[in-house]
Design a protein around this ligand. Structure first.
Ligand SMILES: [Zn+2]
Length: 139
């Protein structure tokens, strides 16, 4: 994901600020996936906010694509661990229906669909991020 988009996301949802993940893969490399999965990241952040978990009590260890699906590795306080683990399982499953690159829905059995090239531009993704971050709507 472009650093500019990561910065927009972290400004709205500080759990994705790499300063809270020093010494981890996420801290070093940030998002190892495309920007298409933004709504999934918003959903996770909203849930943690709702549960009252502060960014400095969360460590994002790694966020990456594996076998065309999202993988989220996040340490959270024990009292929310079961609920957040269940949510992460759901989000990882849901990711296979969303194109990692452009954010459109796609059949889960397809590794790639034919993305509309316009949706892959940084301009398009910046606008998409700003709109979705302003509304705060996840999936
Ligand atoms: Zn696509």
């Amino acid at each position: 994901m472009e650093l500019e988009l990561e910065t927009l996301l972290a400004a709205r949802f500080p759990i994705y600020d790499r300063q809270y993940s020093k010494g981890t893969i996420f801290g070093d490399w940030g998002f190892e996936c495309g920007p298409g999965w933004l709504p999934l990241f918003i959903t996770l952040a909203n849930k943690l906010n709702e549960m009252g978990v502060k960014p400095d009590n969360i460590t994002v260890r790694q966020i990456k694509e594996k076998f065309w699906a999202l993988r989220l590795y996040v340490d959270v306080p024990a009292y929310v661990d079961d609920e957040i683990s269940a949510l992460i399982d759901q989000l990882e499953q849901e990711s296979s229906n969303i194109c990692e690159a452009c954010g459109e829905r796609k059949p889960s059995h397809m590794r790639r669909h034919e993305c509309d090239p316009a949706r892959l531009s940084l301009d398009y993704q910046r606008t998409r991020f700003l709109t979705q971050l302003a509304t705060g709507d996840g999936v």
